[in-house]
Write a protein that binds this ligand. Structure first.
Ligand code: SF4
Ligand code: SF4
Length: 303
């Protein structure tokens, strides 16, 4: 049986597919959008997280790390992640950290690799509870990167009568979509055309939307994050409307920018390029919604 790497589970979501859902967030994403609120999903193998506010500056990690990644100078804890071999020794020894809970202490690795059958057993009790009113949504990261193993999980869900949704950028090769197609009830397709979009990603997305729409256009909902300075432009809306009309798609969800991710970038030692950017207000979101409804598309704001 194959294994899946995931970095989070939400047990009760009302905004990620029809009804009430368990949401499984898989690791790995090739796009790295500058506004991403889950940068810890990018690498299949997690970087070392360091949350400064949880650190007691006891120096145990400095003494136990075999590769001298940690140092404390003049009361400041510094990390040289380029030397980290991800052995986990510092996390195991840190009095403020728990190797099984990556975001509840000073140090951690995001994500866990689990056999598909074991993962299903973990999800099963909640999925059984929600069976009549929702189901399982698999998000990420981009779930297509683990499509082979994911198809095994979704096949079990289908056998057990669990409704399935996959949220993806749909910018990977069609074979990944084909792996999953027999086991997916509906698709949430992220579409966020903006100036610096790679043309090959856009081309693949259009090819995949065309392929999925030919199977069942009603199974597709487009999802677009409204990011100030990136996707809040008329050209973005026009591109989406044209794609949707060409493929007989009639449903879009627009999501205001989520500004609460900077801490993750900091904890991973990464720069965050949207510092200070504010989410669009309700009035602006309503205006954008009306752009789509005027084009005959069902548009919903998802907060
Ligand atoms: S990260 Fe943990 S072990 Fe290292 S100084 Fe901070 S509290 Fe101590
Ligand atoms: S994971 Fe290992 S190599 Fe990396 S900082 Fe911790 S102890 Fe050092």
């Amino acid at each position: 049986m194959k294994k899946l790497k995931y970095f989070d589970i939400s047990w009760f979501s009302s905004v990620d597919g029809p009804g009430t859902r368990v949401v499984l967030y898989l690791s790995g994403c090739h796009l790295r959008c500058p506004w991403c609120h889950s940068p810890h999903s990018w690498e299949i193998s997690s970087p070392l997280f360091f949350f400064e506010s949880c650190c007691h500056k006891c120096g145990i990690c400095v003494d136990t790390c075999p590769n001298h990644v940690h140092s404390i100078l003049n009361g400041t804890h510094l990390l040289d992640r380029s030397n980290c071999i991800k052995c986990g020794i510092c996390i195991e020894n840190c009095p403020s950290s728990d190797i099984n809970k990556w975001n509840s202490g000073a140090l951690g690795f995001a994500g866990k690799t689990t056999e598909v059958s074991e993962l299903y057993q973990l999800l099963k009790p909640q999925l059984e509870l929600l069976k009549e009113i929702g189901g399982l949504t698999v998000s990420g990261g981009d779930p297509l990167l683990q499509s082979e193993a994911l198809s095994e999980l979704l096949e079990i869900c289908v056998k057990e009568g669990i409704h399935t949704t996959v949220e993806t950028s749909a910018t990977l090769g069609k074979t990944h979509i084909q792996d999953l197609l027999p086991f997916v009830d509906n698709w949430l397709i992220g579409m966020r055309p903006y100036k610096a979009d790679k043309s090959e990603d856009r081309k693949q997305l259009l090819e995949n939307i065309d392929y999925l729409a030919n199977h069942n256009p009603k199974s597709i909902t487009i999802r677009t994050p409204i990011i100030p300075g990136y996707t809040d432009t008329q050209s973005t809306y026009d591109t989406i409307i044209e794609t949707m009309q060409n493929n007989n798609l009639d449903s879009i969800e627009i999501l205001p920018y989520n500004p609460y991710s900077e801490n993750y970038y900091k904890a991973m030692g990464l720069n965050f390029s949207l510092t200070g950017t504010q989410p669009p207000d309700n009035e602006k979101m309503e205006q954008i919604r009306s752009v789509f409804t005027s084009a005959g598309i069902n548009a919903k704001i998802v907060n």
